[in-house]
Design a protein around this ligand. Structure first.
Ligand SMILES: [Zn+2]
Length: 396
């Protein structure tokens, strides 16, 4: 408990000093929510939408937020629960969610009658429902993190896992059950695993700059979400297998400062099944600004800030053997001698570069696991020196 409290104080200190700090030490918008006590109005707003109760196993312990300080009287479990629900309500996506026309927060509030937080056995994130419509969640790791995900914990984070659990169990509350336990029939029917898959994919591709984590690496949270989407899509027992292959090029390489860099990616379905819900993701290389994104089919969303974020595309379906192309043009702002990368060393262990995924399962081969991810590096050189001009005659 004590360690948690100290952690929170440190995080708040970072925030307080963050306003005037240079860009690379900015705290991500999502982490700003996790670093502070929710206000009393925020707690009341959540309780009005989705009543939250805490059973005796998680009550007690020191208060970390107090009504006297403008919040509510909350222990650490309560604070993290409300922070997680605030994040869920704040998330906005530039493309509609595939299973509902509502925002994530509105869908969640409609799907359930309440949330009960309990100290569930390790390995049980939650279940549905007790009583009917009330989802029960209890992530034991929720206390010891003050970030959305945590590099020190192999990039998985309890707040992120809490959101996945809330989304998964809320889908059960709407009715869908695992058709072939523990799996759904398919990911594309958007049962509990399907929405968990899509939640992560949408966080990675379409959450704008909300999940940008400049003090780790801008793409750290998005890449983690994309990796988790890749895990959950394996939970469709009747899902077809489809092996997406992506080939991507950068041109020209080297590119000049101020010039245009083009990334061209071709996504092909090698089969054996049709690929549906094909998605494309690429993080914008530092030192560039996106000027255009085009796709052979489907729709693409450029990053919220042209020089900071991710390009996300919904490419639709690809029959076996079919392919489509995504072309992204960047204006190069980096100095000569820089190297432009769509992946960075810190995140290469997670999911680097440009990535294509679909709702189908991957064939279980090393090749299938790697052939839809491409890291690109481009060297920046100086503009050619202008040809020597004739000296102008001085004006008189
Ligand atoms: Zn389930």
């Amino acid at each position: 408990m004590r360690a948690t409290l100290v952690g929170i104080l440190v995080a708040v200190g970072v925030l307080a000093g963050g306003a005037a700090a240079p860009a690379q030490t900015r705290v991500s918008p999502v982490d700003q929510i996790i670093a502070r006590c929710p206000t009393s109005a925020e707690v009341a707003g959540i309780q009005a939408r989705t009543p939250v109760t805490f059973d005796a196993t998680v009550l007690g312990g020191p208060l970390v937020c107090t009504a006297a300080a403008g919040s509510a009287d909350l222990n650490a479990v309560q604070m993290r629960t409300f922070q997680s629900l605030l994040v869920l309500n704040e998330l906005r996506f530039s493309q509609p969610l595939p299973w509902t026309p509502l925002t994530l927060g509105d869908w969640f509030a409609h799907a359930i009658r309440g949330v009960k937080v309990s100290n569930l056995p390790f390995g049980t994130g939650g279940f549905c429902c007790d009583p009917a419509g009330v989802i029960v969640v209890g992530n034991p790791g929720i206390l010891d993190i003050s970030r959305f995900v945590d590099p020190a914990r192999n990039w998985n984070g309890p707040v992120q896992a809490m959101l996945e659990t809330l989304v998964h169990e809320a889908r059960h509350a709407e009715g869908p059950v695992h058709q072939c336990p523990p799996d759904d029939n398919t990911i594309s029917e958007y049962g509990a695993w399907g929405v968990q898959y899509a939640f992560n994919a949408w966080v990675a591709l379409f959450s704008g700059s909300f999940m940008t984590s400049p003090d780790i690496h801008p793409a750290a949270y998005r890449n983690t979400a994309l990796a988790r989407a890749g895990v959950w899509r394996q939970h469709g027992c009747l899902s077809e297998f489809a092996d997406l292959e992506m080939r991507a090029t950068d041109s020209p390489d080297p590119v000049v400062t101020g010039g245009t860099l083009t990334h061209s990616a071709t996504v092909t379905n090698l089969g054996p099944g049709q690929a549906d819900g094909v998605l494309f993701y690429e993080d914008v290389p530092a030192g560039t600004r996106v000027t255009s994104v085009t796709a052979g089919q489907g729709v693409c969303t450029p990053p919220a800030e042209a020089n900071f974020g991710a390009v996300g595309c919904r490419l639709g379906s690809l029959a076996v053997g079919a392919s489509t192309r995504v072309t992204i043009k960047f204006k190069v702002t980096a100095r000569a001698g820089s190297v432009l990368r769509n992946a960075t060393p810190e995140t290469q262990g997670i999911l680097p570069g440009a990535v294509a995924i679909s709702e189908e399962r991957e064939p279980r081969t090393d090749r299938a696991r790697a052939n839809h991810i491409v890291a690109l590096e481009t060297t920046v050189k100086a503009k050619p020196k202008p040809k020597p001009k004739k000296k102008k005659k001085p004006r008189r």
